[in-house]
Design a protein around this ligand. Structure first.
Ligand SMILES: C[S@@+](CC[C@H](N)C(=O)[O-])C[C@H]1O[C@@H](n2cnc3c(N)ncnc32)[C@H](O)[C@@H]1O
Length: 392
C-alpha cells in the first residue's frame, strides 16, 4: 500500500456534521492505538473499529448511506435497486423451504431492510408465510430495519446470536465483503508482511499512516498455500469471513445458504495483475482505496475469495450446491418471468434496475452467488445453467 494519509483526489468534502463525527472516530481510534504493542494496529482491527465500533463505526452510528441518491448516498446494493431482486430470491428459497419442511429465512446483515421488504411479500405470494429472522451486528441498522419492516405485519425476529440449529434458508447479500480483512504484502525479498495502522498525529490533530510487521507463521502459512510470493504484491485474506462460514457449517442443520457478493475464485483473486488487492472504500459514490481517511463516515470493503469460502464450507461438512454469476442466477431463478408482469414491464425505473443487476458491465458478472447447503437434495433452479463450481 503506497498511499499516505492524504485524501485521494476528487473526493467530495464531508458535510460539517459528518466531519465532526469522523473527528470523534479518529480520536477514538487514536486512543485504541495507544493500547497496541508498538503502536501497531492490524488492519483487520482498524476495519472492524472503523465500521462497527458501537455508536461510532460507519455501520453503527447512523452514517450508513444506502441508496443511489447523490449527494447523500455512498453506495447502492441490489435490494436497494429493485424489489425484483428479493422476489427472484424468493423463487429459489420457496422450494428449499418446502424440502426442509420449514418457513424460516435467516437474513444476515439486513442493511436498510430492503431485501426483507421484498422477500417477505414475494414468499407470501408463493404461499409461504415466513418466520423471518435477522441477525444484524449494527444496533443502528437493526432499529432502521424495525422501523421499515413494521408495516409488513410479518413474523420477524431480530437475533443477537446464531440460533443453535437452523432449518431453512440463510441469506447474506454483501455481508462477507463487509467483514474485516487482513492485509498483507510480499516485500522485495520475498518475505510476507502484515499491514497495519499507526498514529501519525497527536490528540489535537489525529492522523494515521500505514505500518508493516513480519507476518505471523500462521498468516505466512495460509497465504503461501494460496499464492506464490510475488514481489511487491499486496492483497487481503478474510479470516473473519472464513470463520463465519465455519459457523454456518456448525449451525445449519438442514437448508441452504445463498451468499451473494462481489468476488472471484482464488486463481483470479490472487492474479499477478491484481497487484494492489481488492480493498475499496465508498464515500458518496466515489470508490477509492484509502481506508485511513474519513474514519467512520465511509464504507470499507474487500472482494470475496469464493474458493476460500467453499473450502471453509467443505471443511465444516457443508455441500457446495452452486456457484454462478448474479446475472446467471437471477435469469435461471425466474427474473424474466417476474419482469413480464405488466407493472414492471412498463416501468422504466424497474427496467433500468434490472439492467444494472444483470449487465456484465454492472453487477451481473462481478457479483456471484454461492449456495451452501445440508440435507436438501432438490435441484436448484438458480444454478441450472452456468454453474461454475469447477472454477473454484
Ligand atoms: C454492505 S451492507 C449490506 C446490507 C444489505 N444486505 C444490502 O444488501 O443492502 C453490510 C451489512 O452487513 C452487516 N454485517 C457485517 N458483518 C456482519 C455479521 N458478521 N453478522 C451480521 N451482519 C453483519 C452490516 O452491519 C450491514 O448491515
Amino acid at each position: 500500500m503506497n498511499q499516505g494519509p492524504t485524501l485521494p483526489s476528487g473526493l467530495p468534502n464531508p458535510d460539517p456534521e459528518a466531519q465532526v463525527h469522523s473527528n470523534e472516530v479518529a480520536a477514538f481510534l487514536l486512543r485504541e492505538l495507544a493500547g497496541y504493542p508498538d503502536g501497531f494496529m492490524p488492519f483487520e482491527h482498524w476495519m472492524d473499529r472503523a465500521l462497527y465500533a458501537p455508536g461510532l463505526g460507519y455501520y453503527a452510528a447512523g452514517n450508513t448511506k444506502f441508496g443511489s441518491t447523490l449527494p447523500t448516498g455512498d453506495f447502492t446494493t441490489a435490494p436497494e435497486l429493485t424489489p425484483l431482486f428479493g422476489a427472484t430470491l424468493a423463487r429459489q428459497c420457496a422450494p428449499v423451504l418446502q424440502a426442509a419442511h420449514s418457513t424460516t429465512v435467516l437474513e444476515f446483515g439486513a442493511g436498510s431492510g430492503a431485501l426483507a421488504a421484498a422477500l417477505i411479500p414475494a414468499l407470501r405470494q408463493l404461499g409461504i408465510e415466513p418466520n423471518y429472522q435477522i441477525l444484524e451486528v449494527s444496533a443502528d441498522l437493526r432499529q432502521r430495519q424495525q422501523e421499515r419492516l413494521a408495516g409488513l405485519n410479518a413474523q420477524i425476529e431480530w437475533l443477537n446470536d446464531w440460533p443453535a440449529r437452523i432449518w431453512g434458508c440463510v441469506i447474506a447479500n454483501e455481508v462477507l465483503d463487509a467483514m474485516p480483512a487482513t492485509l498483507f504484502q510480499w516485500d522485495s525479498n520475498g518475505h510476507l508482511l502484515e499491514l497495519g495502522v499507526r498514529a501519525a498525529g497527536n490528540a489535537a490533530a489525529p492522523a494515521f499512516e500505514w505500518a508493516t510487521r513480519p507476518a505471523s507463521d500462521e498468516l505466512q502459512h495460509l497465504v503461501s498455500q494460496r499464492m506464490p510470493a510475488l514481489l511487491g504484491y499486496q492483497s487481503e485474506i478474510n479470516l473473519c469471513a472464513e470463520a463465519w462460514i465455519r459457523q454456518l457449517g456448525h449451525h445449519l442443520e438442514q437448508g441452504l445458504a445463498l451468499l451473494i457478493d462481489y468476488g472471484f475464485p482464488q486463481r483470479e483473486y490472487y492474479h499477478p495483475q491484481r497487484a494492489e488487492g481488492t480493498l475499496m472504500c465508498h464515500f458518496r459514490h466515489h470508490a477509492h482505496a484509502q481506508p485511513l481517511v474519513f474514519p467512520g463516515i465511509q464504507d470499507i470493503t474487500t472482494h470475496v475469495d469464493f474458493t476460500a469460502m467453499a473450502d471453509a464450507a467443505l471443511e465444516s461438512g457443508l455441500d457446495v450446491r452452486g456457484y454462478t454469476s448474479q446475472a446467471r442466477f437471477l435469469l435461471n431463478a425466474g427474473l424474466p418471468a417476474l419482469m413480464s408482469d405488466p407493472s414492471f414491464a412498463s416501468d422504466p425505473q424497474a427496467l433500468s434496475a434490472v439492467q444494472k443487476l444483470v449487465s456484465e458491465a454492472e453487477m451481473g458478472e462481478l457479483f456471484k452467488v454461492l449456495a451452501l447447503g445440508r440435507g436438501v437434495d432438490i435441484p436448484l433452479a438458480g444454478f441450472m445453467r452456468g454453474d461454475r463450481r469447477d472454477s473454484l
